[in-house]
Write a protein that binds this ligand. Sequence first.
Ligand code: CP3
Length: 346
Amino acid sequence: MTDVSSRFIRALKREKVDRPPIWLMRQAGRYLPEYREIRAGAGNFLDLCYNPELAAEVTLQPVRRFSLDAAIVFSDILVIPHALGQTVDFREGVGPVLDPIQSSRDVAKLDASGVREHLDPVYQTLSRVKAALPENVALIGFAGAPWTIATYMIEGGSSRDYVKTKTWAFGEPDSFQKLFAVLEESIADHLIAQVDAGAQALQIFDSWAGLLPDGAFQKWCVEPIGRIIARVKDKKPEIPIIVFPRLAGARYMEFLKIEGVAAVSLDQTMSREWARDHLQSGLVVQGNLDPVYLVLGGEALKQEAEKILQIFAGKPFVFNLGHGVMQTTPPEHVAELCDYVAAWRP
Ligand code: CP3
């Protein structure tokens, strides 16, 4: 197995590693001039996501530049609603814009039958990247969690208060669950297909998990993710799965109780001492540098990285950010961080 040589996969399997592996959420993207160049020639953002040759190239760009232990396939969480037949558009300076779904009638129109076929270019991207990656760099596949994807589908994009999504979830849980049933099935299928295409680990992004009030978190974050993981593990029992329930606070603990979670990715608000004491004995911990330190660079960046390494290293740990790389990040700062972690020893 090629996985044997990858530091990232070994860390996720709790095997001994010489130093913590590192990769960064949104390591491919607009902070890299070579990305902006390809993006400018590719048409709109979704065209780039569905172009295996260019998407593979963009996936590999950060791996060529920096000492990273993993690549994450270049795609987006919103390809799922798009594959289900919803109109999705990425507008310059605005972000994602969707034709919002508003009722169970709209849910009934979603068509899960063509998801795999629609997303075939993503699987082709994974195969291309896998063939091009050195053996010691692992390949990550990903998907959004149902709750986070549902917020975009219902609000029609980003939102300030998420009232539409929450009103539906709290007021009509049965019809909301029908939407989730479609999402859970498509997300699980999409993750399984990514493993077939070469993904060696998976991450589930629940970026808006922190919006869920007490009582609803279990039902709309933990349980749906648990059902997706069960489906994936049924077909792919060996695949390590990382869950990112952003801004969930102490509720990260709930993922200790879910079968099949290898790791949790911590956002930057999480107390590291608390995570070490309450999570790291049962789960691999990934995280949690504030992405603004990468904008800052220099000594402040190194000192903060050192603090994180001191607290988590020696136990199962993957170095990452608390959220994605910011657009204003100087690429040299990413090099500084990756070199620092690559040279670090416990
Ligand atoms: O390098 C990687 O991490 C892989 C690629 C990746 C993208 N999006 C590319 C992208 C991944 C893993 C994502 C996940 C994603 N997409 C999330 C979850 C993680 C998070 O950030 O919380 C979410 C919520 C989305 C939805 C999304 N996609 C938004 C809100 C936006 C617009 C905001 C923005 O930064 O422009 C996108 C667009 C997007 N996805 C870009 C990239 C590189 C920028 C698009 C561009 O090139 O113009």
